[in-house]
Ligand binder design. Structure first.
Ligand SMILES: [Zn+2]
Length: 247
């Protein structure tokens, strides 16, 4: 352990003690959480947040820069790297639901999952007066959705981020869902979006920033119609859109 404060549950001492001799049986992911299923029904959950990554490194090399937690496996070490030290690790035994991990248990559907369909999204937004952009960033509705991908999806769907959610029509909902799924799939195919500290696990930059239509393009001409892209704050998040293409 290099930074005690990344261990959010249980205490750092109990965490280190109860992880000894456990095996990793499976690795899954939901939104920005990486889940390692361990023996004895324990789960090790990493909340990666914006800049957390997991990196395999040979033993016995010194942990790399920004390593916050080191798991020594049989012949390699697994490093939890987090430049901003916002990411957290939790070690959960069967039946435990620590209150500081509520965000994980309350996650909604991921837009790329099959369950994220028109019926699901309509149900979540139909009576909501909040702006559609804010609801796309709500992790109870769109698990894993972030600022870049929500702006890009709204551009593709031709929906203005400032629209009140309940005003999104039944015709627009499938368009929005298609756009959300597309931007995420394209983001993955291009190894993610490197606009600040995000890097691939091999340290290289992702590519998706080169395909963005609105994010980071304020005052630049819209790729469809040439109108200047507008920058506005919505719920404290900077939001970009084309005032002509997005109604
Ligand atoms: Zn436009």
């Amino acid at each position: 352990m290099l930074r005690e404060d990344v261990i959010a549950y249980p205490s750092p001492k109990a965490f280190c003690k109860s992880i000894i001799n456990e095996k990793i049986l499976d690795v899954t992911r939901k939104a920005k959480y990486l889940i390692l299923e361990l023996t004895n029904e324990k789960r090790l959950i990493f909340h990666l947040r914006l800049s957390g990554t997991m990196v395999l490194a040979p033993l016995p090399a010194e942990p790399e820069k920004f390593s916050r937690l080191v798991l020594k496996l049989d012949d390699v070490q697994l490093l939890f790297k987090e430049p901003r030290v916002l990411g957290r690790a939790y070690l959960i035994k069967a039946g435990e639901m620590p209150s500081n991990l509520k965000g994980f248990y309350n996650l909604g559907c991921e837009p790329i999952s099959e369950d994220f369909d028109a019926a699901y999204l309509r149900q979540k937004i139909k009576h909501r007066k909040a702006r559609i952009k804010s609801l796309l960033l709500d992790q109870h509705i769109c698990a894993g959705m972030g600022n870049i991908y929500s702006d890009e999806a709204l551009f593709r769907a031709g929906i203005r981020p400032l629209r009140k959610a309940y005003r999104i029509t039944n015709k627009e909902i499938p368009r929005l869902i298609k756009a959300l799924k597309e931007v995420i799939h394209e983001g993955i195919a291009n190894f993610g979006t490197s606009v600040s500290d995000y890097r691939r696990t091999d340290g290289q930059d992702g590519n998706f920033q080169n395909f963005l239509c609105v994010y980071g393009r304020e005052d630049a001409p819209c790729r469809k119609c040439g109108t200047k892209i507008v920058l506005k704050k919505i719920g404290n998040r900077s939001t970009r859109y084309c005032p002509k293409c997005q109604k």
